[in-house]
Design a protein around this ligand. Structure first.
Ligand code: SF4
Length: 315
C-alpha cells in the first residue's frame, strides 16, 4: 500500500550547496509543479474508492518548494483536502520570510519544518551553501518566534553538514576531494558543536531537534556511474524499504525512483495522465523493485548504477 508521497513542488533551488548535484530535474518537462496536478493527486487520494492511506507528505523533494510561485496556495489545498496527512517542508530558509512564516504557522499548513544550517560563519556558510547567512538565520529565528508565540504544534529539525566533515568523509571513503570544493578554504576544525550550541538556544528542547546530516557522495556520481561491480559488489539500496511504499512525484508528473535520483532518471509513469494507483501497482515499478531487491543496479541504470553514492558515509 502507498503510505507516503514525496512531492517535488520545485526542482529549482537558489542555494548552491557543495554536497548537492547541480543536475536536478534535468530530464523534466517543467521545473515547478502546477496547481492542476495537486488537484488531480488530492482528488484521487480523497476518492471513496481510494485504497491508499497516506500518512506522510514531503513537500520539497529535489529543490526548494518556496520557489514555486503557488507555494502557499498549494499548501492550503493540501491542508483542506488531506488534513490528517503529516506534511513536512524541507527548505534552505532563505525565502521563508516572516510574512510567509506567519501564514504557514497561523493556518497550520505544515507539521514539521526541516532545514540545514551548515555553518555560523558567514564566509564558510557562503562557501558551503551559496546563501546569505544573516538572512537565513533571521528567517529561522522569525519562524521559531512566531511558532512559539502562537504555541503552534509545528516541530523543527535542523541538520548540520559542515564543509570540514563533508570533505573528510568523501576523502576518507574514496580518496578524492569532492566536486565544487576549494580545498584551500576548507575549515581545519569541525564546527558541529559550535553550530549546534548557537542554534539550540532558539529551539524547544522537547519539540525540536538538531542533528548531523547524513553524508552522501551523490554530487560525485559521474565518477562511479557504470562501475558498480568493481566498486561495490555487496552494496544494498539504502532506501529499499522506503521505496516499497513511497512515491516520488516530479513537477511534470513523472513518478521517479527516489530522492537521490536528482535527474529523475528512473521513472514509472506520469501522474498527469495515469492514476497514482496504476503507477504504484504497475509492472514498471514492480520490475524496478524486483531488480533493486536483487541488487541489479547496473541493469536498472540511471542513478542506481552508482549505488555507492547512495550510501551513508561516516563523519
Ligand atoms: S540505489 Fe537507486 S533507488 Fe536506491 S537510493 Fe540509490 S538511486 Fe535511490
Amino acid at each position: 500500500m502507498l503510505k507516503s508521497i514525496n512531492l517535488s513542488l520545485s526542482v529549482l533551488c537558489n542555494a548552491r550547496c557543495v554536497y548537492c548535484p547541480k543536475d536536478r530535474g534535468e530530464n523534466l518537462a517543467r521545473q515547478t509543479m502546477p496547481i492542476s496536478l495537486i488537484h488531480k493527486i488530492t482528488a484521487e487520494l480523497t476518492a471513496p474508492d481510494c485504497r491508499h492511506n497516506i500518512e506522510i507528505m514531503q513537500l520539497s523533494e529535489n529543490g526548494d518548494a518556496l520557489l514555486n510561485k503557488n507555494f502557499i496556495e498549494i499548501l492550503r489545498i493540501l491542508k483542506k483536502r488531506l488534513p490528517s496527512v503529516k506534511k513536512i517542508l524541507y527548505t534552505n530558509l532563505s525565502l521563508l520570510t516572516k510574512a510567509k512564516s506567519e501564514i504557514i504557522i497561523k493556518e497550520g499548513l505544515i507539521d514539521k519544518l526541516m532545514c540545514s544550517i551548515d555553518s555560523v560563519d558567514k564566509d564558510t556558510f557562503f562557501l558551503m551553501n551559496g546563501l546569505n547567512l544573516k538572512r537565513v538565520l533571521q528567517n529561522f529565528k522569525d519562524f521559531l518566534s512566531i511558532r512559539n508565540k502562537l504555541d503552534s504544534h509545528i516541530t523543527v529539525n535542523v541538520r548540520i553538514l559542515t564543509l570540514h566533515n563533508y570533505v573528510k568523509a568523501i576523502k576518507n571513503s574514496f580518496g578524492f576531494i569532492p566536486n565544487d570544493v576549494d580545498i584551500l578554504r576548507v575549515p581545519i576544525l569541525d564546527e558541529v558543536p559550535l553550530i549546534a550550541a548557537s542554534l539550540e538556544r532558539f529551539l524547544h528542547p522537547a519539540k525540536d531537534k538538531v542533528e548531523k546530516s547524513i553524508i552522501f557522495a551523490w554530487n560525485d556520481r559521474e565518477k562511479f556511474t557504470g562501475k558498480v561491480d568493481s566498486y561495490t559488489p555487496n552494496l544494498k539500496c539504502p532506501f529499499l524499504e522506503r521505496n516499497e511504499h513511497d512515491l516520488y512525484i516530479a513537477p511534470d508528473g513523472s513518478c521517479y525512483s527516489c530522492c537521490l535520483d536528482s535527474k529523475c532518471s528512473i521513472t514509472f509513469g506520469n501522474a498527469n495522465t495515469e492514476t497514482l494507483d496504476s503507477i504504484f501497482n504497475g509492472s514498471k515499478r514492480a520490475k524496478f523493485l524486483e531488480k533493486l531487491r536483487a541488487r541489479k543496479f547496473i541493469e536498472i541504470g540511471g542513478a542506481c548504477s552508482s549505488v555507492i553514492c547512495c550510501q551513508s558515509l561516516q563523519q
